[in-house]
Design a protein. Structure first.
Length: 307
């Protein structure tokens, strides 16, 4: 078993060239299936409410659509690393129009920021460092923050904080063009199916509520209270997730975040295999891990061990 050490590690230190070659293979059918799964799940939840409108189907639609909206962001993340499909152009096109734009995101801007996050993980210059700051916090404060998310206040604050690009109107238009087009298409499609209110109920409401809470939990889980930047094996976290957690909180293997940081070129659907391989090689004790999201929240609220 490898001796525990804070020394920096690379993918080549952890796995053989043959193992790395096998893990890094992308697959166009698999990538397309993930995108199709996300949108089919969204369509199914919306269809259920349209066919049998009620408070129950509305709540179910908000939860399912909000969870798959997070799924679209996860798949956008895959395309930011050029992992969803072989080739750069397909990743950028699918990532822009089918993942990022419907969620109001600019893939190219996200890609630049996210690659900085990987280079500077847990360092003061990490652009994502603030996302998991302020921990630990009390259970009451966490519950209050999640309630603020669920009633739409967080989304409203972010909308009000939006500013045009400092580089001028042309740069602003380039940033908002794809999200505007994608959401106009969504609005027109949902209006044709169920009237003008359906876009607000089926897309904006989940985006403004459930998705916001999931994003907060994801930020806490991935980098909250990790030891720091000195040891790459402990600068991000891998979280166990059963079927329910994967359906509602951790879509498309996003819970294997440490494995992603260690093996950034591995597609999301191969991360469980990468995890098993690392554990089998004896690296488990060195890896920052949690048995599940409940354990992560216990740590975040000071009720669990920090290791």
């Amino acid at each position: 078993m490898p001796e525990p050490s804070p020394a920096p590690v690379t993918a080549g230190d952890l796995l053989t060239l043959e193992e790395l070659t096998r893990l890094r293979r992308t697959s166009a059918p698999r990538g397309a299936a993930l995108v199709l799964h996300a949108w089919a799940t969204i369509a199914g939840a919306i269809a259920l409410h349209v066919l049998w409108p009620s408070a129950v189907t509305l709540a179910l639609m908000v939860v399912v659509v909000g969870s798959r909206q997070l799924g679209l962001v996860v798949l956008m993340h895959e395309t930011a690393h050029w992992l969803l499909f072989p080739g750069l152009r397909r990743n950028t096109w699918v990532g822009t129009w089918l993942c990022a734009a419907p969620m109001g995101q600019d893939l190219r801007a996200y890609r630049r920021r996210h690659h900085l996050h990987h280079r500077l993980t847990q360092l003061p210059e990490d652009p994502d460092l603030a996302l998991s700051a302020g921990l630990p916090l009390s259970r009451r404060r966490l519950a209050a923050a999640l309630m603020v998310d669920l009633i739409g206040v967080t989304a409203l604050g972010r909308a009000l904080a939006w500013r045009p690009s400092p580089d001028g109107l042309a740069a602003t238009w380039r940033r908002v063009r794809a999200p505007l087009v994608a959401n106009l298409v969504l609005a027109a499609s949902l209006t044709a199916v169920g009237g003008p209110a359906l876009y607000l109920l089926a897309w904006v409401l989940p985006r403004a509520t459930w998705y916001q809470a999931l994003t907060r939990l994801r930020d806490i889980a991935e980098h909250g209270l990790v030891p720091g930047a000195e040891d790459p094996m402990r600068s991000a976290r891998s979280i166990g997730a059963g079927p329910l957690a994967r359906a509602l909180l951790a879509p498309y293997r996003v819970n294997y975040h440490l494995e992603h940081h260690l093996l950034v070129f591995v597609p999301c659907w191969r991360l469980p295999a990468a995890h098993r391989l690392l554990v089998a090689k004896g690296y488990g004790p060195r890896m920052e891990r949690a048995r599940g999201y409940r354990e992560v929240l216990a740590r975040a609220t000071g009720r669990g061990a920090a290791g």
